[in-house]
Design a protein around this ligand. Structure first.
Ligand SMILES: [Zn+2]
Length: 455
């Protein structure tokens, strides 16, 4: 009896009251705090793994045998405590795993090979979805290029791939988006029903899209009912090869875009003509006299009319309306092209039967317009005739994917470019896809709940 009493008293004296507090502040489990120290800018705790966690493999987490006691000291950065940076320090050693071979021992607070705790990485991933990389680097006191690496690691951890899980995607949208001022492209696939990105890849073209198609199972391919896209041939041929039940829908956004581009070509031609005329007008030397003819300003009017021509007529302001009137009186060819663009825009908003009838009539008019760029537009629309009517009949739009493309461009711009392509794709998936990136405190409370459930 006496012996037990003595033993208990000794144990009580050994126990460090601060240890528990530090463990809860740093939110580490599976270890005991051996020492804590602080400087003006840092708080560091030194820990030792508890028996149950002492010999787990760093790669797969299975129990292995102790291999050596290498005594390499490692330090992990964790979330800040007030204004001080938090660090966890431990003497690591290696473990022999049956599956992976000799690996560094697993620690419960961080991923293999990472110098940051999971909570810290979660915080970085959440922040980089809404802030520039520079701001994240400054706020969390890490290097600029570490931010991208962390985003990549978090995406790897979160990736739950609905493609592999065999989800059926009924309605998808395919598009390519440019970055680096249009020098480089990425292909993006979105799911219209789940409203998220399901796949991104560097580059564009049939080979790239075929990679996505091959990732899908036979059942998934048959399940695709419609695909929205622009008129690109590579998308069409890939759909024909892989998706037997899919109807191709050419999005009205793109159709209007084609029309606007064709109209702009006509405008540039008209502007060049007007400028030529202006040059040919002879002007005397010196300051113009009072009764001399004022300089013709039509060329400038046309040059600056791009926005007026692109806008819907009901949204024009007064000066824009004057420009259109000027064009109507002086440049009938340009005005004709403008009218054709507007008619096309209205047709795309009609019901199926009306749209079909009016589109046929529009095609006839465009083919007889005797304007080169409008004839090109005619050919393009004729090629995509079924796709355009499918879109109207099924009432879908590619607005979702265009919005996503804008978000992606914004993301790349706010992140100020990427050196590593994988990091960029991971960031895109983190912020636009099916995963929900939790901020550190949400993530922590969630993992606490799941671990208590498991226990
Ligand atoms: Zn292992």
């Amino acid at each position: 009896m006496g012996y037990f009493l003595k033993f208990n008293r000794q144990k009580k004296q050994k126990k460090k009251p601060m240890s528990k507090l530090y463990k809860s502040i740093f939110n580490v489990n599976g270890c005991s705090v051996v020492k804590q120290e602080q400087t003006d800018t840092t708080v560091t705790i030194t820990v030792r793994l508890t028996k149950g966690n002492a010999s787990r493999c760093g790669c797969c987490g299975r129990k292995g045998k102790l291999y050596d006691n290498g005594r390499e000291q490692r330090v992990w950065r964790t979330l800040d405590l007030g204004t001080k940076m938090g660090f966890i320090r431990m003497d690591t050693y290696r473990v022999k795993c049956k599956k992976c071979g000799v690996k560094t021992v697993k620690v419960p607070w961080a991923s293999h090979r990472s110098g940051f705790t999971d909570a810290f990485e979660q915080q970085v991933a959440w922040a980089v979805c809404s802030m520039s990389k520079k701001a994240v680097a400054k706020q969390l006191r890490i290097a600029w290029n570490t931010v991208g690496e962390i985003a990549d690691r978090v995406w790897d951890r979160l990736d739950t791939r609905p493609i592999k899980a065999g989800c059926i995607f009924r309605r998808i949208g395919i598009d390519e988006t440019s970055y680096k001022k249009g020098h480089k492209y990425i292909t993006v696939v979105v799911d219209h029903d789940r409203r998220c990105v399901i796949w991104v890849h560097e580059g564009y073209g049939k080979e790239v899209l075929d990679l996505f198609m091959r990732e899908l199972s036979e059942e998934q391919r048959k399940g695709v009912e419609l695909v929205t896209c622009d008129g690109a041939k590579w998308i069409r041929s890939s759909i024909e090869e892989f998706l037997p039940n899919a109807e191709r829908c050419v999005d009205s956004f793109h159709v209007v875009q084609w029309a606007t581009e064709a109209l702009d070509k006509v405008r540039v031609e008209a502007w060049k003509e007007a400028r030529k005329e202006n040059r040919n007008q002879k002007r005397g030397r010196g300051r113009p006299t009072k009764d001399s003819v004022p300089k013709d300003r039509t060329a400038e009017g046309i040059k600056n009319s791009r926005y007026a021509l692109g806008k819907a007529p009901e949204n024009l302001n007064e000066s824009q309306q004057r420009k259109i009137e000027l064009i109507a009186s002086r440049y009938p060819r340009l005005y004709r092209a403008y009218q054709l663009k507007e008619e096309l825009r209205i047709i795309l908003k009609m019901g199926y039967d009306d749209a079909r009838e009016n589109l046929d009539r529009w095609l006839w008019r465009a083919s007889h317009s005797r304007i080169g760029s409008v004839k090109d537009l005619y050919a393009k629309i004729k090629r995509n005739y079924d796709g355009i009517l499918n879109t109207i009949r099924l009432g879908v739009s590619n607005a979702r994917i265009e919005a996503t493309n804008n978000k992606i461009k914004l993301l790349i711009r706010t992140a100020y470019g990427f050196r590593n392509m994988n990091n960029m794709l991971s960031l895109i998936m983190l912020s636009c896809s099916y995963v929900d990136v939790k901020i550190a405190y949400e993530w922590e409370s969630e993992s606490r709940e799941s671990s208590s459930k498991a226990a």
